[in-house]
Design a protein around this ligand. Structure first.
Ligand code: ATP
Ligand code: PLP
Ligand code: MG
Ligand code: MG
Length: 294
């Protein structure tokens, strides 16, 4: 019998709502993945609410979990997914873990969301940047920065699509196989533009228009990365198909979320992703928007 793909996902956990592992686990499971979640923090809710309470997984806590996995030979993964990390010593441990699981399975796909900030605003300590740029990005099979994050990683200012391709090429030169910009302001009016550049196989560069919704969502970046991981695998690394399916699901989830918030009143609680309600759109995305070769 064929083995299910197994992803180790190191991200935030929230009790209420959907960011980090809460946003990534359900879609990955629906799409056939075993998900081994390591919760880097456990918070009552995401940081957009007036009150946030909870715990941070310490370096020792992380070492203990890894020791347990290794002790039982459970550290065999097809994928490793990392998202928000708040401090440097934890990021260093993740870097060691990436190297370890890649040694155990040389075909392992490392999907790294280098979460550092958005719209010119840094929300992790600046000291994380050198590790993301020199250690993790080169190890990444798929890297999913937003526009601001790729600027940080490469030192390039992204004002045009050509700037974005040049920045992706710099990351490829450092070893990163596929770079996906989940959202940029390089689109036509009323649209965000996502871009994907891959040096795996023949190499491909493509863009996809994303109709921009009025609301501002939390957890959407984490959902995007989990869907991209899933569809890259299921399409046998066909990045065009993976991007189209990912965006198709994203649009449905976010439209449903926006409708709900409009009906109930726009506030963080009512803007939590309508993920469970979107089960069918996750399982069988209907592709209405095609990617263009760039
Ligand atoms: P990262 O987590 O890599 O830092 P991010 O959190 O900035 O990225 P988002 O800006 O949330 O990522 O974009 C991820 C995806 O969410 C986009 O590709 C898009 O499909 C969707 N998205 C987010 N906001 C909107 C919006 N206002 N309108 C339409 N789609 C959106
Ligand atoms: N993790 C936590 C705890 C958060 O509070 C947030 C955003 O507020 C995120 C992750 C990231 O969310 P997004 O997917 O929108 O980048
Ligand atoms: Mg964003
Ligand atoms: Mg994000």
């Amino acid at each position: 019998m064929e083995m299910s793909p197994r992803v180790c996902s190191i991200q935030s956990h929230v009790v209420y709502g959907y960011v980090g592992n809460k946003s990534a686990t359900f879609p990955l499971q629906l799409l056939g993945f075993e998900v081994d979640a390591i919760n880097s923090v456990q918070l009552s809710n995401h940081t957009g609410y007036p009150v946030v309470k909870g715990q941070v997984l310490t370096d020792k806590d992380f070492d203990d979990l890894v020791e347990g996995l290794l002790g039982n030979d459970l550290d065999i993964y097809t994928h490793l997914l990392t998202g928000y990390v708040g401090n440097l010593t934890f990021l260093d441990r993740i870097a060691s873990f990436v190297k370890h699981v890649k040694e155990k399975n040389p075909n392992l796909i490392f999907v790294c969301d280098p979460v550092m900030g958005d719209n010119g605003h840094l929300y992790v300590p600046a000291e994380l940047l050198p590790t993301y740029s020199k250690v993790l990005a080169p190890l990444a099979d798929i890297l999913t920065p937003n526009q601001y994050e790729i600027e940080l990683l490469t030192g390039c200012t992204i004002k045009t699509i050509e700037d974005a391709w040049a920045a992706c090429d710099l990351l490829h030169d450092r070893g990163c196989k596929t770079v996906v910009l989940s959202s940029t302001d390089l689109g036509d009016s009323g649209h965000l533009l996502a871009l994907a550049s891959s040096r795996a196989g023949d190499g491909v560069k493509l863009t996809i228009d994303i109709p921009k919704l009025g609301a501002s969502f939390t957890g959407s970046g984490d959902l995007f990365t989990s869907l991209l991981l899933a569809w890259s695998y299921k399409s046998n690394n066909n990045i065009k198909s993976a991007m189209e399916k990912t965006i198709a699901t994203m649009q449905k989830v976010l439209q449903r979320t926006e409708q709900y918030a409009k009906a109930k009143g726009v506030c963080p609680k009512n803007l939590e992703l309508q993920l469970i309600q979107s089960k069918r759109d996750i399982e069988e995305p209907y592709v209405a928007i095609r990617a263009k070769t760039g």
